[in-house]
Every structure is written in C-alpha cells, then in structure tokens.
Write a protein of this length. Sequence first.
Length: 279
Amino acid sequence: MGARDHRAAASAQAYLRDVQYRDSSRLAARARLHVKYGTASVAWFPWLVTQVDWQPDARVLEVGCGAGWMWAEASARLPHDLDLTLTDLSPGMVGEALERVGSLGRYRSTSGRVADAQALPFRRGSFDVVMANYVLHHVPDTQRAVAEMARVVRPGGVVVVACVGDDHLTELHQIRHEVFGTPTADPLSSNFGAPAGAKVLPATFGSVDWRPYRDSLDCRDPDDVVDYLASIPPVEDASPDDRARVVAAVRDRFEEGGGRLRVTKDTGLFVCREPRTGG
C-alpha cells in the first residue's frame, strides 16, 4: 500500500470513528428499516446467535460491536455464563455497548475495549467464539483482519463473519444511482461481501460454511426510506436540491408500487472453523 493509499485508509477510518459511528444514531436509522419492515420469520440477531453451538463458559469476542444490540436483542437465546469482550474502533460505540449490555445483568462478565480489527490486542487462542457482524467491509486490510480473528480464536473455536451479497438492497442503490450516478451495486459487497468471503476465508480456515438469511423489506412509509438513505453518503452530505430529488425519487417508487416499496435483501454469514495460523 502506497503513501496515498495509507492516507486514504486513515481518512476513511477517521470518518468511521469520528462521524459515521461516533454514536449509534446513523446506524439506528438504517437498523429501523430492517426491524420495521423485514419479512423474515425470525429477526436477524436471534437468528444469528442460533448459528453457533454455544459451549458452557464460552469466552466470546465481538469485533466491531457497535452499540451492543445483538447481546440485548438475542439474550433470550443465549446462555447466561458467557464471558463477553466487546471491541470497536469507535470509543462512543464501546461506551454505548457496555452501558446497554452491562445493564442487562445477563452475562457472567462483560468488558469493552477500543480496538482495530487489523491488530487485535489479545493473545493467541484467547476466545472460543469470535464474531464480526457486518464489519469487514469497513476494514482497509480485510485479509489482515481475518488473520487476526483466526489468531485469537482457540483451535476448536468458531469465527462468525456476517456480510452481504451483490444483490443486497438493490432498489435503494438504484435510487442513489438515479440521483447521484453512483454504482448500483451495494458498496458493502464491493468492499467485502459474500463473494469475497468465499475466496478469502478458506485460505485461513479449514472449514467455511455459508448460511444465507432469508429476508426482504416490505416498506410502507417513504420517510423511513429517506431516513435510511440520508444516514450515509452521498445523501448524508447532499445539497438541499439533491436531497429533494432523493425524496421525489423515493416517493415515485412508492407510487409505482401502490404505496409500498419492496426491497431485496441478500445477506447471511460464514461459520469458520479450523483456523490456519502460522505466526
């Protein structure tokens, strides 16, 4: 990586830490759309935790914990004796996560730490379970982050990596493209999605299993869709005229759909075992 690439990566990480994920407000705007309009029979977090065979007294690391929603929303499906370590690049997110999860009094222990996924500050084999929920698309060097997760999980443990596929939220990306000329593909998938995971993860783990999450969005209120789009660039920083064009484009889609907007979801997770670690 050259000097220009390093500067760009540092700038992107600073934006994530200090703006986009300074607190959970922008993330909550996006999460609301999925919670309010998702059609899956089981919500995301409760489904996600059922993909792990939880062992007694498991030591668990979450890389990119965000606001700690998973441990609160899926608590009924999790054992009480988990030893949780919650990490994030953003101090604000770690603080929110610790407050939310700690207030539950649900788990054996909960600790938090500001940490970069590319350089996890833990010893080899420290954890039974390592979870990265929609995180790796934010990381400049995903292979390094994957290697770090493999390093800190014990030989018989499991690493869970959630990500999206190429068709995720296609209809929302089409609206952005119409207004701003941006690519119609999901940027999360472009940075690190299911196709990339299928190539990268087997080089680090002996067993990699992709598990799709069957869901879609059946949106009923155009304001909710506008709020989602406005939580991230380019709508986040758009001029008033461009913002008005976004609102008009969203309302046109709802009118075409008879008052509804159906949105494709393409998402799931990799369950990774047998880490190959050489150093």
